[in-house]
Design a binder for this molecule. Structure first.
Ligand code: IFM
Length: 408
């Protein structure tokens, strides 16, 4: 049996663009439909209007925390023009959490930016830092009582998305390939190989740029709120095959370690782990085909969570950890429960070694928009795309049971 401490946060995560719907001022909205193979987010799960129902379902199941994101492009739809009405909307979400005894974990930026920001050069434009910090500063107006704030979600994946976009612009005819989906293969393995290849290069300079922006936003949040501040990192749980040790270090530095290092001095760091991947002397080895592989093409590896937590703890210099995402894209909810059970058992072992883990937030509360695709279903709750009716899956009740008892 594995037991978890009192006060451990148990919850689930979502992100604005993936669940709200009609996020029309964002760069992703502008991009959707323009790229072959990319499905539009449309109404998404209509959580912009139905967040109350989402939070009720989460709380009724026994979960104690909800991670969601604010949409910068709603709050600042035009450069310098801030919407008090949208800020009030997100404050209502926070109040709804409080009313249900749910601890909100608020992400300021989850992959999307305002389209005007993208048009002026996005994260690499000279005033990107100042613009993000100004937005973070405005957001502090609604964060009273919020204990957990994430400045940015997976800046390392955002760097990969920036690279992917550049590549797709250069090769105009290329089909959309989401960085969160490992190939969309026709089974010949070739696409997977090339997808892995393009994902393996990550420029540490981009990482350092994100670290500077994160630290500047952290300073404002610390000055104006009492919240614990951190950011979240996509963990690859990479391992070396014999002869791949040097390559592993090289790849992992630009893809991850620069970001874990950037979390030093934060109040917590968000670990986001799904699968594990091997590295040989040539680079990332594509996930071998297997019946248990997930709907995003990755290997079924619940042990990746403990691997990622150990690595994050080491490289971030012992920064307290919040598991802000862990989950599996599957149609088989029994497989989801098996995955969580194994992942949490591994997490308990890592905690037994002295690693400070503060909570576990599952990705995701809802089946949602997986960045260009609707097929990969990560949710504890199914959502009808026509009626938006929510149907909790057995996995929601299972995780709620763990939350209530504090053990598996
Ligand atoms: O859906 C994404 C999320 O937006 C960021 N982390 C990984 C998830 C699953 O791919």
């Amino acid at each position: 049996m594995t037991t978890f401490p009192d006060g451990f946060l148990w919850g689930a995560s979502t992100a604005g663009h993936q669940v709200e719907g009609n996020n029309i001022n964002s760069d992703w909205w502008a991009r959707e439909g323009k790229m072959p193979g990319m499905e539009p987010s449309g109404d998404a799960c209509d959580s912009y209007h139905r967040y109350g129902e989402d939070i009720d379902l989460l709380a009724d199941a026994g979960l104690t925390s909800y991670r969601f994101s604010l949409e910068w492009s709603r709050i600042e739809p035009k450069k310098g023009q801030f919407s008090n009405a949208e800020l009030a909307h997100y404050r209502r979400m926070i109040e709804k959490c409080f009313a249900r005894g749910v601890t909100p974990v608020v992400t300021l930026q989850h992959f999307t930016t305002p389209q005007w920001f993208a048009e002026q050069g996005g994260w690499t434009s000279p005033d990107a830092l100042d613009l993000f910090v100004r937005y973070a500063d405005r957001a502090t107006a609604i964060l009273d009582g919020v204990e957990w704030v994430v400045t940015m979600n997976e800046p390392n994946m955002q760097a990969a998305i920036m690279t992917a976009m550049r590549r797709m612009q250069e090769q105009q005819s290329e089909k959309w390939q989401s960085p969160t989906v490992d190939g969309d293969g026709d089974g010949d393995g070739e696409e997977k190989k090339s997808h892995s290849k393009f994902l393996e290069y990550a420029d540490p300079e981009i990482g350092r740029m994100f670290v500077r922006i994160h630290h500047a936003a952290r300073a404002v949040l610390r000055e104006k709120t009492d919240a614990k501040v951190g950011w979240t990192v996509a963990a690859g749980a990479l391992t070396a095959l014999p002869g791949g040790e040097e390559k592993l270090r090289e790849i992992r530095y630009g893809k991850e370690d620069v970001y874990w290092e950037g979390a030093r001095g934060d109040d917590f760091v968000g670990v986001q782990a799904y699968s594990s991947q091997q590295v040989d002397a040539d680079g990332l080895v594509p996930h071998p085909p297997h019946p248990d592989n997930t709907l995003v093409g990755t290997a079924y590896r619940p042990d990746s969570l403990a691997m990622a937590v150990r690595h994050a703890w080491e490289v971030s210099g012992g920064t307290p950890i919040l598991v802000t995402e862990n989950g599996i894209a599957t149609r088989d909810d029994a497989q989801r429960i098996r995955y969580m059970e194994a992942a949490l058992a591994g997490l308990g072992e890592a905690m037994g070694e002295g690693i400070d883990v503060l909570g576990y937030l599952h990705w995701s509360l809802l089946d949602n928009y997986e960045w260009g695709h609707w097929e990969p279903t990560f949710g504890l709750i199914a959502v009808d795309r026509e009626t938006f009716a929510r149907t909790p899956k057995p996995s929601l009740g299972w995780l709620g049971g763990v939350a209530r008892t504090g053990r598996i």
